[in-house]
Design a protein around this ligand. Structure first.
Ligand SMILES: Cc1cc2nc3c(=O)[nH]c(=O)nc-3n(C[C@H](O)[C@H](O)[C@H](O)COP(=O)(O)OP(=O)(O)OC[C@H]3O[C@@H](n4cnc5c(N)ncnc54)[C@H](O)[C@@H]3O)c2cc1C
Ligand code: SF4
Ligand code: SF4
Length: 674
């Protein structure tokens, strides 16, 4: 039977009330709360300090433990999310088990929300302290468990963020699986022409990175692969991957099959004979591709892929491939399971379907395009060889309107309420490209404000102004089309001049909002990661832990956490890789001891709790001739679902045990009259 410790000793509690400068003391009467604490059962010392989290503040706790032989500590201060570890350490420094510490949040839950009601705030603080003291009187020693950490990592998503994270992990000596759902790494950045504000050619800075990833002996690149299932916990994730049938094998795979000199060399002979023509996704449907294809000329790995949804299995490509025997039209998906210690999610983003904002005519009017389509059209390797032309007649546009915040910062319910962060900057870049490449053409930028927040970004904005781009401040109301000329009329209000604008242009470029990808929801659920209201993956703490998640061992990189340009994506990826490498280098991780325990004497072995656990932490096992429930402690998140559910009261929730919760409820309802 699992041993459940009971706290039998006479409690001696120390209470410490923090001013937090004027954050708490501005509305709560600290002296009053401190004096009140002295009157509570089991309290032997009560003190206050300006900043309890400071070195002298923590010193007070440690000294009081030694001086008064305390059995429990209560700090009335801010959020445990922020400072619980600090005060646990102070408790430990005083020689007490760190889990004998309890926090009363009298800042976030009190002084901040009752800033103008000092008397009520003070009374509420007393309640919070009384409740915390009641719990602290029942706390027991708890001991974190250590679990070993597998010395491998996984990065999901092979855009610039995922590639950077994988390279950093690999350079730190960690074997890393890089999983990418499409046939090549590179992500959105490979679709871009130039990058602001330096105007580097996007492929020129990206391709060497892609090759580095491919060549790095610590990186196992798994393109055209998706995550199917995730089991386990930090240090020991078992991830099942679906390697989608690509229909083509690499030279290494050919060698393993004994096909001498075989495998795909990227020659493209197969493409010439394939009779199927489909829209090219990479070129956003603006160019064709065959059923056997590469995404773009710089793909990594350079290997063709059969699109089995459109392949008619005529076998012409197999014939053309000849002795290389690279094509297998009967290939099937393969499932593999790998064990990893930590995971970085770098799932990126997709473009908001801007046709939903029907007033701008996208997909209705030929000459309204999105900014990503603009990137492909202006790119030398794009479908028009870098010539910006009007889709309606192939003519060069002379007046081009850029509509910023298209679907971003939009509270109508159709668009997205957030700022997509990089559209202002890439629209400035597009204006520059027009002025540079198309003498005489005029870019008109319709904006709400220009957000040029990064290094050298504001300077770039001035440069584009000087180059002659026209800026009109005001959200575009709607766009209409002349059915004859296919010219467009942009209707807006110039909010600086305070008058309406009706501008005739040849072409409109919509800087469409971005959103999480369709698969983000499924993937985050597999890894147990939370998301914000908008579906972006949620960091553990927006300021203090922006790369971590609430699932231990899972970290975030890049635009899947929220809109981010390339420098911010790469910076966060480096942070995520560093965070993900720490447990691996340590070799073991400590688990918070907030896990459930089964009191086997009371367990009827009914198994009713097993399906209730959202983390699959419970199982029935045979023990001494009986069936009892067993908890996999490393999987348990201490959510308490099972503890609240067990009909026989056989589950003991460490640190949130029934006597502790009952003591808190009594303290609240009975006002200390226990
Ligand atoms: C029109 C336009 C122009 C831009 N211009 C610039 C610029 O000039 N400068 C700049 O700094 N930024 C620019 N950006 C922003 C830039 O695209 C992003 O900052 C960058 O792509 C973010 O990288 P990422 O790795 O986070 O995401 P992505 O590039 O989206 O990569 C994510 C990768 O993850 C893969 N993936 C997703 N889900 C899964 C899954 N479940 N399993 C496996 N793989 C998965 C995807 O296939 C993709 O390869 C521009 C954006 C747009 C739309
Ligand atoms: S599949 Fe065969 S024909 Fe096609 S690119 Fe590869 S080697 Fe060449
Ligand atoms: S506490 Fe929650 S996570 Fe832990 S075993 Fe019970 S239900 Fe599962």
């Amino acid at each position: 039977m699992a041993e459940i410790k009971k706290n039998e000793e006479q409690p001696k509690i120390g209470v410490f009330v923090c001013h937090c400068g004027t954050n708490i003391a501005g509305s709560v009467n600290i002296q009053d709360v401190m004096e009140y604490a002295k009157t509570l059962p089991n309290v032997v010392v009560s003190d206050e300090y300006q900043y309890m989290c400071s070195t002298p503040g923590q010193g007070k706790i440690a000294d009081a433990i030694k001086e008064h032989n305390l059995t429990g500590i209560v700090v009335a201060a801010c959020s445990p999310r922020l400072h619980e570890p600090t005060f646990r350490n102070a408790t430990k420094a005083g020689g007490l088990n760190p889990f004998r510490f309890e926090m009363a949040n009298i800042r976030e839950q009190n002084s901040w929300v009752h800033m103008h009601q000092p008397e009520e705030a003070t009374e509420k603080a007393k309640d919070a302290v009384r409740i915390a003291v009641a719990k602290a009187s029942k706390l027991e020693d708890l001991f974190p468990k250590s679990v070993p950490v597998e010395k491998t990592a996984m990065v999901v998503g092979g855009g610039v963020g995922g590639m950077q994270a994988a390279l950093d992990l690999a350079d730190a000596g960690i074997k890393t699986y890089l999983v990418e759902k499409t046939p090549t790494i590179g992500g959105r950045m490979s679709q871009l022409d130039k990058t602001f504000p330096t105007l580097d050619c996007s492929q020129c800075i990206l391709t060497p990175k892609m090759v580095d990833v491919f060549r790095n002996e610590n990186i196992e690149l798994l393109t055209y692969t998706e995550v199917e299932e995730v089991q386990g916990y930090i240090g020991n994730f078992d991830v099942t991957l679906r390697k989608k049938a690509r229909g083509v094998i690499t030279p290494a795979e050919a060698e393993a099959k004994g096909i001498v000199g075989g495998g795909c060399t990227g020659c493209g002979d197969c493409v010439a004979v394939c009779p199927v023509i489909k829209p090219n996704d990479f070129e956003l449907g603006m160019a064709p591709r065959k059923a056997i294809y590469v995404y773009h000329p710089q793909v990594v790995p350079l290997i063709y892929t059969v699109d089995f949804d459109s392949c008619v299995k005529c076998g012409l490509c197999v014939e053309a491939c000849g002795t290389k025997k690279a094509i297998d039209l009967e290939m099937e998906d393969e499932l593999i399971t790998v064990k990893v210690g930590t995971v970085v999610l770098a799932l990126g983003y997709e473009i908001f379907p801007i046709e939903k904002k029907f007033e701008w005519g996208y997909k209705n009017f030929d000459n309204v395009i999105t900014s990503l389509e603009f990137e492909r059209l202006i790119c030398a390797s794009g479908p028009t060889g870098g010539k910006l032309i009007r889709p309606s007649d192939g003519e060069k546009p002379k007046k081009i309107a850029f509509v910023l915040c298209a679907g971003s910062r939009d509270n109508t319910g159709v668009g997205k309420p957030y700022c997509s962060r990089f559209c202002c900057m890439y629209s400035l870049k597009h204006a520059h490209q027009i002025i540079e490449k198309m003498p005489g053409a005029i870019p008109y930028i319709f904006y709400m404000d220009i957000r040029s927040f990064g290094k050298m970004y504001e300077e770039f904005y001035y440069r584009i102004q000087d180059e002659g781009a026209k800026f009109i401040r005001g959200r575009v109301a709607n766009i209409t089309e002349d059915p004859e000329s296919k010219n467009l009329y942009v209707h807006a209000e110039d909010t600086l001049l305070g008058r309406p604008v009706d501008l005739e242009v040849d072409m409109v470029v919509l800087a469409a909002a971005i959103q999480p990808t369709a698969e983000t929801e499924k993937t985050r659920r597999l890894f147990g990661v939370s998301c914000s209201q908008d579906g972006w993956l949620l960091e553990a703490h927006p300021k203090l832990n922006p790369c971590g998640t609430t699932t231990a061992g899972v970290y975030l990189a890049g635009a899947c956490q929220g809109p981010k340009d390339i420098p911010d994506t790469v910076a966060q990826a480096e942070g995520a890789a560093s965070a993900a490498s720490i447990p691996i280098h340590k070799g073991e991780v400590e688990l918070e001891p907030y896990f459930a325990q089964c009191i086997e004497d009371k367990c009827a072995g009914c198994g009713l709790c097993v399906p209730q656990c959202p983390y699959s932490a419970l199982a029935l096992v045979e023990k001494d001739g009986r069936t009892v429930m067993q908890v996999t402690e490393a999987k348990c998140k201490g959510c308490g679902t099972c503890g609240g559910f067990c009909p026989g009261g056989a589950i003991w929730m460490q640190h949130f045990a029934t006597p502790q919760i009952v003591a808190q409820i009594d303290a609240f309802l009975l006002g200390g009259e226990q």
